[in-house]
Design a protein around this ligand. Structure first.
Ligand code: ARG
Length: 570
């Protein structure tokens, strides 16, 4: 769709001004006070070239362009050309743009560039609990924001599937586990073994040696240990995938920590060669004291590598393999120090692409008192939260409309959508408290509210017996019927969506889009209440329905970016 600044700049452009249209566009401002116009062009810079006083130049430009049909009014105020855009013109352009075929709202800023997004990345054999929802949902939205703005996106689930804990788990399983138990509820069983190991190791410290030896055997690829580890990994992934399926999330790669086990020795060599590795109490570290970052532990005294080492190997691999434009890590702010150390080590290794590696941190989620049972020693599984959301939604929907068709399907889309939306509503860095009342409120600034608005737009079109596609194909929309305050307020918010999407991507902040979407929904509902849409006059009705259809499509596209479905009825 036409960018309005570009449009104005093209009209202002004249060879005599000595400026390219793009330069003019970049000089155009949005006045604080709406009374001063939608846009303003300052003429100070032209004074030298034209050898005239700026107000005089502004007056001449205003005079020259005021006849254009895209402007309602153009006036000179001091050194400025103030432009009032013609509402009917903008509205017409916007509706044409949104209702044209195919996806809407994106751009191709990222053409030819690859962005890697490391997100979700749970540890296998550990519960996928409520805390993991943040990385999973925020990461997915960031992937979609970058896809929408034209980047090639690689979503990576950097599984925590490696480390000495697997030695412990194997020992515990052999001593106290059973295959039957494991198959039945893998994660609960594995968690039990692991906990029991720690209790027993208090009394029998020699268990720790056994675990270490077992891990070494695993690292050496001994078939029995390897087979067990593989089984643990597979069973864990099956559980995780159930949650990913509920959320509708997929990954392009599951290369986790174990994938880098054979790439570590080279990294350690490289650190040595570059003179960065020093011995400290038998371990190998990179000393980062002078940067106020303590010491980055690279290998333990028994020679085994660590999380940090694997992350260094990972970054180098990703650069070589994907030649990323950006390498993004959506990981809790508790790991701030880890990522600071890691970036510093990459920098000291001489990798200037370190500046393209970005940690996108987020705050903690905690549970409202009494929200979910966190009985002693029990974690809250994300799967249970999602199922609970669907169940609660079902009850609410049944109360509203007992004979709603497809109740199951819609409850799932709304319940899960509600949890995702809440996740993405606040600045990601803020801690927040999970609250069922807030999540499922159909009238608040929530997912169900936005979805309901979309369903309402669908219902208006159904009643009118016309589709989005038909409206898109209809030759002329008489936009003079859409100049009322609430219609135009809605048009303005819709117009901003592509810019909002770009902003949210650049700032790795899906909440920018979420909040704008709430504004759009509120504005749509105001339009719906203020205006009679299904009027008798055909031209007027078609124009209003076009705005309804455009709103519906825009909301659907935005929800899709957030990873939320848009049911046609609710
Ligand atoms: N598995 C880690 C955890 O659960 C998160 C991994 C994040 N990604 C990374 N490349 N460090 O804490």
């Amino acid at each position: 769709m036409v960018d309005l600044k570009t449009l104005i700049a093209e009209r202002i452009y004249d060879e005599s001004l000595g400026l390219e249209a793009a330069e003019i566009a970049s000089m155009i401002e949005v006045p604080q006070d709406e009374k001063m116009g939608d846009f303003a062009f300052p003429c100070f810079r032209l004074a030298k070239t034209l050898r005239k006083a700026p107000p005089l130049i502004a007056a001449e430009i205003a005079e020259r362009i005021s006849g254009e049909e895209c402007f309602a009014r153009v006036q000179q105020v001091n050194a400025y050309v103030n432009v009032f855009i013609d509402r009917e013109f903008v509205t017409g352009e916007l509706l044409k743009d949104i209702l044209s075929e195919g996806e809407w709202g994106g751009c191709n800023d990222g053409e030819g560039k690859t962005v890697v997004v490391d997100f979700s990345s749970p540890n296998i054999a550990k519960p996928f609990h409520i805390g993991h929802i943040r990385s999973t949902v925020i990461g997915n939205a960031i992937c979609n924001l970058y896809r929408k703005t034209g980047y090639n996106v690689v979503g990576v689930n950097h599984l925590g599937d490696y480390g000495t804990q697997f030695g412990k788990m194997i020992v515990a399983y052999r001593k106290w586990g059973s295959e039957e138990e494991l198959e039945k509820e893998p994660i609960k069983a594995l968690l039990g073994y692991y906990t029991k190991f720690h209790v027993e190791a208090e009394k029998h410290p020699e268990l720790n040696d056994e675990a270490r030896d077992t891990f070494v055997r695993l690292e050496n690829g001994e078939p029995e240990e390897y087979a067990l580890w593989e089984k643990f990994r597979e069973l864990s992934l099956e559980e995780f995938n159930r949650v990913y399926r509920m959320l509708g999330i997929t990954f392009d790669s599951y290369a986790g920590e174990s994938f880098y086990s054979d790439k570590m020795p080279a990294v350690i060599e490289e650190l040595k060669d570059k003179g960065l590795l020093v011995k400290s109490e038998g371990a190998n570290i990179v000393d980062l004291d002078e940067y106020g970052l303590g010491a980055a532990l690279i290998t333990k005294s028994d020679g085994s590598s660590l999380y940090a080492t694997r992350d260094i190997a990972t970054a180098i691999y990703r650069k070589n393999h994907y030649d990323f434009y950006k390498n993004i890590y959506v990981v809790a702010s508790q790991q701030n120090l880890h990522f600071k150390q890691w970036k510093k080590v990459l920098e000291l290794m001489g990798y200037e692409w370190e500046k393209d590696c970005i940690h996108v941190p987020f705050g903690l989620v905690s549970l409202e008192e009494g929200t979910m049972s966190t009985r002693h020693g029990r974690v809250v599984f994300l799967e249970d939260v999602l199922n609970n959301a669907v169940e609660k939604t079902r009850v609410i929907m049944e109360e509203k409309n007992a004979d709603m068709p497809e109740l199951d399907e819609i409850s799932r889309e709304v319940g899960i959508g509600a949890v995702i939306f809440q996740e993405l509503s606040n600045n990601r860095i803020k801690d927040y408290v999970f609250s069922w009342d807030k999540v499922l409120n159909f009238d608040g600034e929530t997912g169900p509210y936005v979805q309901y608005t979309h369903a309402r737009a669908c219902s208006v079109l159904r009643k009118a017996g016309i589709t989005e596609e038909e409206l898109g194909a209809s030759a002329e929309i008489k936009t003079e019927y859409l100049t009322g305050e609430s219609a135009y307020a809605l048009v303005k918010l819709l117009y901003q969506i592509p810019q909002v999407i770009t902003d949210a991507a650049v700032k790795y902040e899906p909440s920018i889009l979420t909040r704008h979407l709430v504004d759009v929904a509120q504005s749509f509902n105001k339009f719906y209440h203020d205006e009679h849409i299904l009027v008798d006059d055909e031209e007027e009705r078609t124009a209003k329905l076009a705005l309804v259809a455009a709103s519906k499509k825009a909301i659907r596209e935005c929800l899709a970016i957030l990873g939320i479905k848009a049911p046609e009825r609710m």
